[in-house]
Design a protein around this ligand. Structure first.
Ligand code: PDD
Length: 280
């Protein structure tokens, strides 16, 4: 595989980053995941805009203009012959010297890494037909979940807890209400109303979420942006999640309780179809 590191396209085995890099010693970095379907980037502009917001929020200098990220992503897709899959991009604060809690000067070169993962048939994932089972766990992440940082240990722990129970993912709960999934935004459906938590520092502002809510409103569905409890979710007609890698993924059970009939719902199926039609 050919990867990108600080302006160069090189074999993955040659891509080396300093052990002093703040991305490594302090998780001081941000990332984006952009899907590729049929060789085409899905919603690049949305992801680029959020990358810029994450960098600004952490006062990490932006090493290059938006157009250069786009050109680089396209180059990686071409060099790796990606039809369906994803691009992972990470920008860290870099760091030339000793470990220090204080940030290095702003003109310190950042580290920029990107690579592709090939996932043939990504949009035809069989899980979309069977739906995900989720469990709930306390949301023990930090307070700025709107910044897409590489601090992903707690979400990984939650994912492992889900797998240990034979589930596919975990929904995180804070003060009695669901925030989001480990790496996706969470929704329930009651009648013709789609309910998902409002935007704040408590959740990542999903790029897929923004597109799906826009398309739902255009299709005359009602959207309520508010928190909901695990109990309300268990009583819902349907549930689903959205992310750049799962698109719209139905959820069929929560903590072992079936949602509706325990099979993927019509609203989720329809939104998945509308989203994929619109974006590819
Ligand atoms: N995760 N919430 C969290 C905590 C996430 O990590 C993600 C994305 C989302 C959905 O955001 P978007 O629709 O912009 O992908 C919500 C990516 C896919 C990941 O970490 O792999």
């Amino acid at each position: 595989r050919t990867v990108y590191l600080n302006g160069e396209y090189i074999p993955e085995t040659e891509a080396k980053v300093s052990i002093f890099d703040r991305g490594f010693v302090m998780s001081d970095g941000v990332y984006e995941v952009v899907s590729v379907l049929d060789g085409k980037l899905i919603d690049f502009d949305g992801h680029q805009a959020r990358l810029n917001r994450s960098l600004d929020a952490l006062e990490i200098g932006n090493p290059m203009p938006d157009a250069d990220y786009l050109a680089m992503f396209r180059e990686l897709v071409a060099r790796n012959d990606i039809t369906d899959g994803m691009i992972y991009l990470q920008v860290t604060r870099g760091n030339p010297g000793d470990r220090d809690f204080a940030y290095p000067p702003k003109d310190t070169p950042q580290t920029v890494v990107a690579f592709t993962q090939s996932k043939p048939g990504l949009a035809d994932n069989p899980a979309a037909q069977s739906g995900w089972k989720v469990i709930t766990v306390p949301d023990e992440r930090w307070g700025r979940r709107d910044i897409k940082t590489v601090q992903l240990l707690y979400p990984s722990m939650a994912k492992m807890a889900a797998k240990a129970q034979g589930a596919d993912d975990a929904w995180l709960v804070e003060e009695g209400k669901i925030t989001e999934g480990t790496s996706n935004n969470a929704y329930i459906v009651k009648g013709n109303t789609i309910i998902t938590r409002e935007l704040s520092h408590d959740i990542l502002h999903g790029i897929t979420r923004a597109a799906v809510l826009r398309l739902a409103r255009e299709a005359q569905m009602t959207v309520e942006e508010r928190g909901f409890t695990p109990d309300e979710a268990k009583q819902a007609d349907e549930a689903f999640v959205t992310s750049a890698s799962a698109f719209v993924m139905p959820v069929v059970s929560i903590d072992g309780a079936k949602i509706g009939t325990g099979t993927p719902g019509n609203v989720a199926a329809r939104l998945r179809e509308i989203y994929l039609d619109e974006m590819r």
